[in-house]
Design a protein around this ligand. Structure first.
Ligand SMILES: [Fe+2]
Length: 368
């Protein structure tokens, strides 16, 4: 059955073939091979989308999955670079009488797309470095000054990010000796039976005040109940419109969490109900787009992910529009600090990052 979701990538593919492959002055066979290479970018999308059960119908060997994801990423990168080339083409036609060097322009697109894809896939699939942030929290008590909060988000364990990746992320996180670990969503792409083994190293995370989490949108695409139970079994505590209070001496800090709105029960006021006054609050909310509403509730810091930092020019701009302007890094939202992590990883359909490194975040909290 025709799926309208597929129309957009098919049109992107067609545009890329017409703009990049056809103008090349090379033998027809080379053109055909290049066109087929570009079209092969659609293969994983069709394989994944060909049954109603969605993203996880095939268990592909990791290298095959990575190759198919790389082909899709190449198609997207080539399309975006073609767009830049065609803008130059239009300007050339307006301002110059000389003939546009179509062959060299398309060849440049091809070379840039290949280089960008190789680099982008490397950057998108490597184990992330630790990025440290010092954060002032108004009202934080002296005994909690210096509290270390590690954050992992958008781990997206799937056909590309498997157990060795998760194990190394866990090792690097534990090496920071965090006091508490936050995981605001998008743990996994796939069903419990296939991906539990890959995500299992999370059970090795260690922090004095525990590992706290909320759901991301991807938790809802498979077996939500199964994943809630499985991940809780790894020692992760879900915050489902609720809060916990971290106490050290006379100092207290609230960590609150709301589930992703995909489940229809995202409710920040409920998560903050019954809390003592004058205790600073950190809120986990997978998607950053609710930050302005959340800022009305005296929250010191919201931490989010979901955007993967935009991943790639032009994709960054689309991501910004879909997320109320919040893509990566620090924002001041009506007096509330918001940190949007670029993510520990990203969805393996498009595992490519350019000028957008993934990270394991470590916040050191300071009293203000
Ligand atoms: Fe997400």
């Amino acid at each position: 059955m025709f799926n309208p979701f597929m129309l957009v990538p098919c049109l992107i593919c067609l545009y890329t073939v017409l703009s990049m492959a056809i103008p090349l002055k090379v033998p027809a066979l080379v053109k055909l091979l290049l066109a087929l290479l570009t079209v092969s970018g659609l293969a994983k999308l069709f394989l994944l989308r060909s049954t109603p059960s969605g993203f996880d119908i095939l268990e592909l060997p990791r290298n095959i999955a990575l190759l198919l994801s790389a082909m899709f990423s190449f198609m997207i990168a080539a399309a975006i670079i073609c767009l830049a080339k065609d803008v130059i083409f239009v300007l050339w036609k307006i301002f110059s009488r000389a003939k546009f060097p179509a062959h060299h322009a398309s060849l440049t697109v091809l070379v840039l797309a290949v280089i960008t894809t190789i680099y982008g896939i490397y950057a998108g699939t490597r184990v992330p470095d630790v990025v440290r942030h010092d954060v002032k929290i108004p009202g934080l008590g002296r005994e909690l000054d210096g509290l270390k909060v590690a954050m992992l988000v958008d781990i997206h364990t799937g056909s590309v990010n498997r157990r060795p990746f998760v194990q190394e992320v866990v090792n690097r996180t534990n090496a920071l000796s965090p006091d508490v670990i936050l995981i605001p969503g998008d743990f996994v792409d796939g069903h419990v039976a296939r991906r539990k083994y890959d995500l299992e190293p999370l059970s090795g995370l260690r922090a004095k005040f525990g590992v706290l989490a909320v759901t991301g949108n991807h938790e809802y695409y498979y077996d939500l109940a199964g994943w809630l139970e499985t991940i809780a079994g790894f020692g992760v505590k879900w915050l489902d419109n609720e809060s916990v209070i971290i106490t050290s001496g006379n100092s207290r800090l609230v960590i609150a969490g709301v589930p992703d709105p995909t489940g229809g029960n995202h409710d920040t006021p409920r998560a903050l109900e019954g809390l003592p006054e004058n205790v600073p609050v950190i809120l986990m909310d997978h998607q950053p787009r609710f930050a302005r509403e959340n800022a009305k509730h005296s929250i010191a810091l919201q931490v989010s992910g979901h955007t993967h930092g935009g991943q790639f020019p032009v994709v960054y701009e689309l991501t910004r529009r879909f997320n109320n302007g919040f893509v990566r890094g620090w924002y001041d939202v009506d007096g509330m600090r918001l940190y949007v992590s670029p993510g520990t990883s990203q969805w393996d359909g498009f595992p490519m990052r350019v000028f957008d490194p993934s990270e394991i975040s470590l916040f050191t909290l300071h009293a203000e």
